[in-house]
Design a protein around this ligand. Structure first.
Ligand SMILES: N[C@@H](CCC(=O)N[C@@H](CS)C(=O)NCC(=O)O)C(=O)O
Length: 345
């Protein structure tokens, strides 16, 4: 299948210059997504927009999946696009397909801490019946990829796209007419705001969304410290923006807000400790906190921010790290995000 690469602002990749040497020095360098086809309005296209034709493979703990699920919920696309949910921890060394692979585990599993963990929202692969994500890529003829999210075409049994920035763009625009939000159609990337959204996406991807991963997963002290400072300079900048307006590009929610949400949702309960992004909590930024509250009141947000959702995140980030125990606190999350102040204050 031909691979169309559209360079959209703030797409989920890193500069690949000397990537292996940088990885060797301990820098976390994100790879490139290679399935890059688009669902379009054209009924004769290879992938035309169609009710109940497309499917998402996701893990709730993955922030790139989270943005796509947020897009699906906000646009009211739950009946239009089906979803399968992976177990939050990847495979162990002793598994037949090899280690560190996403897999379906609806019955749950015994974690590193010796406790059996299961989540009601974890599913099997309801489309292809596979166990591991690389098997989905193999069945679709896409090589050397193992990441989620995946947008899958149930009709042709092909992977459409595995770049969350592009999947979200499709959900927020061309899929809009299949959504349940009525008219006027919601559009997360409206023509009159494109420039502003692109500008915000660009720096927020580098400094906040991917920046948090640079801090959390680099083993190089210098890379971590740089990412830490950049992240919190970004937080100051965001607090100033939200002192002036409700959302990132004005008074209406757009794709830029959706993309900002996953890393900020994870800051207090996870990134603060796990990624050592411990200069300040989200609740210490009054205007960002208010933005969070505005986001939480948007339609169907509960589906993708509830306490089970956060528990997937905790399991994913802590379940195979250190001694494998899952933190109980901090108390009051995610409920506090709907309040003026965190409830434990
Ligand atoms: N290009 C991807 C990046 C997604 C990504 O990095 N996903 C992680 C999970 S958070 C993953 O599946 N990584 C593959 C792996 O490490 O096995 C996107 O944004 O859609």
């Amino acid at each position: 299948m031909s691979v169309l690469v559209h360079g959209i602002a703030g797409q989920t990749t890193d500069d690949q210059t000397d990537a292996n040497a940088r990885r060797h020095r301990g820098e976390f360098v994100r790879g490139v997504s290679t399935a890059r086809n688009w669902v379009t309005d054209d009924p004769n296209a290879v992938f035309p927009v169609e009710m109940d034709r497309y499917h998402l493979y996701v893990a709730y703990n993955c922030p790139w999946c989270h943005r796509v699920l947020l897009g699906r919920a906000l646009m009211g696309l739950q009946d239009a696009i089906t979803v399968d949910v992976l177990f939050p921890n990847r495979s162990n060394e002793d598994e037949p397909m090899g280690p560190n692979l996403w897999k379906f585990e609806p019955e749950g599993q015994v974690g590193q801490n010796g406790v059996h963990v299961s989540f009601p929202s974890c599913t099997r692969d309801t489309v292809l019946g596979k166990k591991y994500v690389p098997e989905i890529y193999q069945a679709s003829g896409v090589e050397d990829q193992k990441s989620v999210p995946i947008l899958f075409d149930k009709k042709s049994k092909q992977i459409v796209n595995n770049e969350s920035a592009e999947i979200l763009r499709m959900l927020g625009t061309v899929f809009g007419r299949l959504g349940s939000r009525g008219t006027p159609l919601l559009n997360l990337y409206p023509a009159e705001r494109i420039k502003l959204i692109d500008e915000q996406n660009d720096w927020i991807y580098k400094d906040i969304a991917n920046g948090s991963y640079k801090a959390g997963f680099s083993s190089n002290q210098e890379v971590y410290e740089k990412a830490y400072h950049t992240f919190f300079e970004g937080m100051d900048k965001l607090d100033e923006i939200f002192a002036q307006q409700t959302f990132l590009t004005g008074e209406a929610v757009t794709e830029a807000d959706v993309r900002l949400f996953p890393p900020l949702f994870r800051l207090d309960p996870i990134y603060y400790s796990r990624f050592k992004l411990n200069k300040a909590y989200l609740w210490e930024y009054p205007h960002i906190w208010r933005w969070m509250r505005s986001m939480m009141t948007l339609p169907d947000m509960d589906e993708v921010t509830n306490s089970e959702y956060l528990q997937h995140c905790k399991q994913g980030y802590f379940g195979r790290t250190g001694n494998g125990t899952i933190p109980v606190g901090p108390p009051g999350y995610p409920e506090s995000y709907k309040e003026k102040h965190p409830t434990h204050m």
